[in-house]
Design a protein. Structure first.
Length: 534
């Protein structure tokens, strides 16, 4: 539906009245109210203009309006006075009654008011107002005083009146998207561009949306193009256009700003953020994050822990390794194959070695890596000890001593070994309910295994005379050591009775023996005759 406007007498900002005073000169004061249009529930902004011949120190004007349709918004009354008018010592707007506003402009009694000025006052149109229609804005000059405080005019002259034209139809609706734009990281100096869409989502028949300004609160953001063009531009109901917003990072820092889209129906704000960076950002990673050797026997030193260093940063980034150093504890040393820099995804290694000739500790140190993205520390710790490191062969678990005839003994030999640097005692307990198993030494209790040495032992099973074919026997041998907490386990022993069977050897029948002898004689005779013939 097209907008419908009611023609109304629009008063220009022209001379309206002249006040005559008892003096040698006649001073003419002119005040006028302009016109504006708005839809129900909209806002009309009425211009108020003043023109004087001079020597006016104070001006009081009464503005009248239909308060059943219009509501004055005095929060910005004459706030847009242009310089030098904004420097008036005193400006006041007061609603003195229903539909009546008193406006005072004063020089505070010291100098004359500037001879020309213009400002505005806003009126909200009631949502139930009938459109199309026109509501008058009246002006009455109540008092004019010269710079000496003398009254030079009264409220007997009416200036030019304005009006609010109420437009029919649905309102234009401003819709700006997105509500925020995070530009992210931009290498400085550099730019990035995103698009903002400005739409008029008013229903059919709504007026055009007039965008009067695109303002940015930070100079790092600006409009660089799009389909909207430069303000002022209009957007029809149901239509939209775009504005390209450019972020320009001129330094390595964070940027925050706003884009205000100022329109005939209000202002919408888009939050803008961006980060100026020096380039792709590298990241330092080291695995494992500590070099914790724990307690290590002297015989197992030296020991190494290998750490992997990687640049896990952005693609195209470079991790610069300025230095990789160790604090200086004598028990630790450092080796590395790391180059001066690592590209994204590249790795190298740092090896920490723990060694000590004597028992001591705990020892502590720190590996420090100085890079272009920060300084990183890896804690290093270890303790050297003289301790037994025991093992047994056969290992803990099932041990079958074999089988034999009843009344025989089956056995197996074993050994306790100590690869540690201190002697270690071993205590074993034989749990045998059948009484057929034994150990040598007997018992294996308090057996001392010297550092770096071994001690042999025997496990035996004495099969009972009365045992039968297929009988089996079992027992357990539980071992541990007070000197090696990791040495603990159980041998599950077994043995059985197996009688040996005589394997029969087949022999020839008597007639077969006679035949075999005759064949041998014939073969012998043939052989003799053959050799004689030759």
């Amino acid at each position: 539906m097209k907008f419908q406007y009611i023609k109304n007498r629009v008063w220009g900002i022209a001379s309206i009245f002249a006040l005559t005073i008892c003096s040698s000169s006649v001073l003419a004061q002119e005040f006028s109210a302009g016109t504006d249009s708005a839809q129900p529930s909209g806002t009309a902004t009425i211009p108020l203009a003043y023109d004087s011949d001079g020597n006016v120190g104070q001006l009081i004007v009464q503005v009248t309006f239909d308060n059943t349709v219009l509501t004055a918004d005095l929060s910005n009354c004459l706030s847009d006075l242009e310089e030098p008018h904004a420097s008036f010592p005193f400006t006041d707007c007061v609603e003195v009654g229903p539909g009546s506003i008193s406006i005072t402009i004063s020089d505070a009694g010291s100098a004359e008011i500037v001879t020309q000025s213009i400002g505005t006052i806003d009126f909200a149109v009631d949502g139930a107002a009938t459109a199309p229609s026109s509501e008058p804005i009246g002006i009455v000059i109540q008092d004019v005083t010269d710079t000496g405080g003398n009254t030079i005019g009264t409220g007997t002259v009416t200036s030019v009146d304005g009006s609010v034209e109420i437009i029919s139809g649905p309102p234009a609706v401003l819709d700006v998207s997105p509500a925020s734009i995070p530009f992210g990281n931009v290498i400085s100096p550099g730019t990035a561009t995103e698009t903002v869409t400005i739409a008029n989502t008013g229903t059919a028949g709504a007026p055009d949306l007039d965008v009067t300004a695109l303002t940015f609160s930070d100079a790092a953001f600006s409009a660089s193009g799009g389909t909207c063009g430069a303000p002022t531009f209009s957007v029809s109901a149901g239509d939209s256009c775009t504005v390209d917003v450019e972020f320009s990072a001129a330094a390595v820092q964070s940027y925050t700003g706003d884009l205000d889209v100022v329109s005939s129906v209000g202002t919408s704000t888009v939050a803008l953020t961006g980060e100026g960076t020096a380039g792709p950002v590298a990241a330092f990673s080291i695995t494992p994050g500590t070099a914790a050797f724990g307690t290590v026997d002297l015989s197992n030193l030296p020991q190494d822990i290998v750490h992997t260093v990687e640049n896990t940063g952005d693609a195209g980034s470079t991790l610069e390794l300025t230095s990789v150093t160790l604090g200086g504890t004598a028990e630790f040393s450092l080796g590395t194959d790391c180059p001066a820099s690592l590209a994204q995804g590249e790795t190298c290694t740092v090896t920490v070695t723990f060694d000590s000739a004597v028992v001591g500790g705990p020892f502590n140190d720190t590996v420090t890596a100085v890079t272009n993205v920060g300084t990183f520390e890896v804690p290093v710790s270890g303790e050297a000890a003289a301790q037994a490191v025991l093992a047994v062969n056969p290992p803990f678990g099932p041990v079958n001593l074999g089988s034999g005839p009843a009344g025989s003994i089956v056995s197996a030999n074993g050994a306790l070994s100590n690869t540690g640097s201190a002697d270690g005692a071993v205590n074993c307990t034989l749990n045998d309910s059948t009484g057929v198993f034994s150990t040598s030494p007997s018992p294996i209790s308090g057996v001392n295994v010297p550092a770096g040495g071994s001690v042999g032992f025997t496990l035996a099973c004495d099969l009972p005379d009365e045992a039968s074919q297929g009988d089996t026997f079992s027992a357990t041998l539980d071992c541990l050591s007070p000197d090696d907490q990791d040495f603990e386990g159980t041998h599950t022993l077994s043995c059985g009775v197996q009688e040996f069977q005589v394997i029969p050897v087949p022999t020839m029948q008597p007639w077969a023996l006679v035949l075999f002898s005759m064949l041998m004689l014939i073969a012998g005779g043939i052989g003799i005759r053959f050799f004689r013939a030759s």
